[in-house]
Design a protein around this ligand. Structure first.
Ligand SMILES: [Zn+2]
Length: 133
C-alpha cells in the first residue's frame, strides 16, 4: 500500500476479526441476493447496507479502545464455534484415524483406519462394540 493509505489509516481501527466477519457476511449476502427476488432481495439488500455501514464505521473508527472491546467480545462469543469447526475439520481430513461417537456415552473416539472390523472398548464407559475401520 502507498504512503497515503498509511497516513489515512493512522489511528484508525482498520481490519480486525469482527470486520473480517462482516466482510464474509457481505460476500455471502451478495451471492445469496443473486438467487432471490422481490421482497427477499430487498431484505437482503437492506441487510447488506446495514452490514456495510457497520463495517465501514468500525474500519474508519478512531475510537480504537472501544472497537477492540467489541472485537474481544465477538472473539469470545465465537471462539467455541471456531474451535468446534476446527476440530470437525481436523477429524474429516484425518487420513490416519477414523472418528466416531460411542453409542452408549457419546464420547468421541478414534481408531486407526484400514484395520477391518475391530472391537472397540470405550475408554470412558467401558462399553464394547464392533466398528468397521
Ligand atoms: Zn462410552
Amino acid at each position: 500500500m502507498n504512503n497515503f493509505y498509511y497516513r489515512f489509516m493512522y489511528g484508525r481501527n482498520g481490519v480486525d476479526k469482527l470486520n473480517v466477519f462482516f466482510a464474509v457476511v457481505l460476500l455471502i449476502l451478495g451471492v445469496v441476493s443473486i438467487f432471490v427476488h422481490d421482497t427477499a432481495r430487498l431484505v437482503i439488500q437492506v441487510l447488506e447496507a446495514v452490514v456495510f455501514i457497520l463495517f465501514l464505521f468500525r474500519f474508519l473508527s478512531k475510537d480504537i479502545s472501544r472497537r477492540q472491546k467489541e472485537n474481544e467480545r465477538f472473539v469470545k462469543l465465537t471462539s467455541s464455534v471456531e474451535k468446534y469447526c476446527r476440530r470437525k475439520y481436523r477429524q474429516l481430513t484425518d487420513k490416519n484415524y477414523k472418528y466416531f461417537k460411542c453409542p452408549k456415552c457419546s464420547a468421541t473416539l478414534r481408531v486407526p483406519r484400514h484395520r477391518g472390523n475391530v472391537t472397540v472398548t470405550c475408554p470412558v464407559c467401558r462399553n464394547k462394540f464392533d466398528k468397521k475401520t
